[in-house]
Design a protein around this ligand. Structure first.
Ligand code: C2O
Length: 538
């Protein structure tokens, strides 16, 4: 193992897409940001220097941060943001993980432009559980706004409505040929026949789950969220924000006559706002003529929930996983959108006193003004957060009931406290009252096992009988199905303060987030280490 040093200069850069040029926040002037490459076991040291007028912080999405809790990155959870002119050194060792992850800003909506791939190779001498690919290609999905993105979200939060949707999805930062004024901005993958390519797919989009497919080529999924899965074939993938998927692409025996579009567009069951635009790149065999026909893939309908559910059910852990077979603490969380009471002459409970909000168990998480991990470490939680996050919704939830109104929201900065090594079961139920939405829920500091999912009300009498306790997929982000539920389990073996939230940036802004505090264990390596000297101050 070695130490890999990086400097991330956060600075403004002019970038042009869709014939609009704007000055935006970048790392080292690049969009998407530079790849971070390491091997399992390596130490990664990234000096982040803030040269922009915004506060920033960077999260290493999916890295467990064992013994490096202060490097996780979410602003006001594990650290105060890095202020203009300041810097902070993220320093972590990659323990027991290899695969594709990504890094992104974790404050306000800065991650719209501040993200890049994280590629963790296996240890020297350790091979993949599949034949060595000829080439490995990161493919990052994102979104492009012609407008200034911080203005978009702050306006939406002030007015209390939904923010404007993006002007394009992007593939490796490029909208591609299906958008106006974007012909030149197309990602091209040049391939040779009879080869296997490993595509490292990363959904860094802000607000959309995406279907992805390559015309006339089938893909074999081999990994999800940097954990190997039993390989399975699927021509169309679904990938939620915060999820990463490695797929193998086998090229044809002889170069076919054609140029093949690889395309991604939204999966969205929402009632009002949907955006059926498509980002695309090109797969081209070497030596093929520019005039050969352009072949498009077929993607499912924008609201094809049965394709989505069927695809999600295909994932299985490759290696025999250590699934918690018994449960110490079980939780039932409703996740969804709602509207807060706005009593006369009092402010509403949504963000910035607005009516519209999102919540977990009816609580819309209010960001504290100093980092939760710091106040927990110094045992001075006074006023920063409370430890009474409920294990059940405040109002019992029932899809078929007539009276329960589960859209009620109250405000709070609440955490759940777990003793070290608690075996946790968590059912997340989508409330789906204001528009059907599925929610990609992401847990920091952990991977978890996905034991089961379904539609309608979770039934505590019947559904657990169908749990997969043998080879469930392990991941860090799971889609809570639109109008349904998902059951997960994990061992709370990583002490610290860990954010859990919907990876739709708009739901994150509206409060669909909460914090788990995991207490120290008895061994020295089971204790939260002291904060580094350069930890930013609020
Ligand atoms: Cu990828 Cu809390 O985020």
């Amino acid at each position: 193992p070695i130490t890999r040093h990086y400097t991330f200069d956060v600075r403004m850069q002019n970038v042009t897409r869709l014939c609009h040029t704007k000055s935006m926040v970048t790392v080292n002037g690049k969009f998407p940001g530079p790849p971070l490459v390491a091997r399992e076991g390596d130490r990664v040291v990234v000096k982040v220097v803030n040269r922009v007028q915004y506060n920033v912080s960077i999260h290493w999405h999916g890295i467990r941060q064992l013994q490096s809790q202060w490097s996780d990155g979410p602003a006001y959870i594990t650290q105060c943001p890095i202020q203009t002119g300041q810097s902070y050194i993220y320093n972590f060792t990659i323990i027991g993980q290899r695969g594709t992850l990504f890094w992104h800003a974790h404050i306000s909506w800065i991650r719209a432009t501040l993200y890049g791939p994280m590629i963790i190779l296996p240890k020297h001498g350790v091979s993949y559980p599949f034949a060595k690919p000829y080439k490995e290609i990161p493919i990052l999905f994102g979104e492009w706004w012609n407008a200034d993105i911080e203005a978009v979200i702050s306006q939406a939060l002030q007015n209390g409505g939904g923010p404007n949707v993006s002007d394009a999805y992007t593939l490796n930062g490029l909208p591609g040929p299906l958008y106006n004024c974007s012909q030149k901005e197309t990602f091209k993958l040049k391939v040779k026949p009879r080869k296997t390519y490993l595509l490292r797919l990363i959904n860094a989009a802000l607000n959309d789950e995406l279907f992805f497919s390559i015309a006339n080529h089938s893909l074999t999924t081999v990994e999800a969220d940097a954990l190997y899965v039993k390989p399975f074939k699927a021509d169309i993938l679904l990938i939620g924000p915060g999820q990463t998927t490695n797929v193998l692409l086998k090229t044809k025996r002889t170069p076919p006559n054609g140029r093949f579009l690889m395309a991604a567009r939204s999966y969205n069951t929402g009632l009002g706002t949907f955006d059926n635009t498509t980002t695309a790149g090109l797969l081209e065999y070497e030596g093929i003529s520019k005039s050969s026909p352009l072949i498009r893939p077929t993607l499912p309908a924008i609201n094809d929930t049965s394709y989505a559910a069927n695809f999600s059910s295909k994932f299985r852990s490759l290696n025999k996983p250590q699934v918690p077979q018994t449960v110490d603490k079980s939780f039932f969380f409703t996740v969804g959108l709602g509207s807060s009471p706005c009593p006369k002459n009092q402010t509403c409970q949504g963000p910035n006193g607005t009516k519209f909000a999102a919540s977990v168990n009816n609580i819309s998480f209010a960001m504290p003004s100093t980092a939760i991990l710091q106040s927990y470490y110094s045992r001075k939680s006074n006023g920063v957060f409370t430890t009474d996050f409920p294990s059940r919704p405040l109002i019992p939830f029932n899809y078929t009931g007539t009276s329960p109104n589960n859209t009620m929201v109250m405000n709070g900065t609440k955490a759940v406290v777990l003793p070290f090594n608690t075996s946790v079961e968590l059912i997340m139920q989508d409330t789906s009252i204001l528009g059907a939405e599925s929610h990609p829920l992401h847990l920091h500091g952990y991977n978890f096992y996905v034991l089961g999912q379904g539609f309608g009300n979770f039934d505590p009498k019947k559904d657990p009988a169908n749990y997969n306790l043998v080879d469930p997929v392990e991941r860090n982000t799971v889609g809570v199905p639109s109008g349904g539920w998902v059951a997960i389990r994990f061992f709370a073996d990583n002490p610290g303060a860990w954010f859990m939230h919907c990876h739709f940036e708009v739901h994150l802004s509206w409060g669909l987030k909460m914090v788990w505090i995991v207490l120290d264990g008895k061994q020295p390596n089971q204790k939260l280490p002291p904060p580094p000297a350069d930890l930013p101050k609020c």
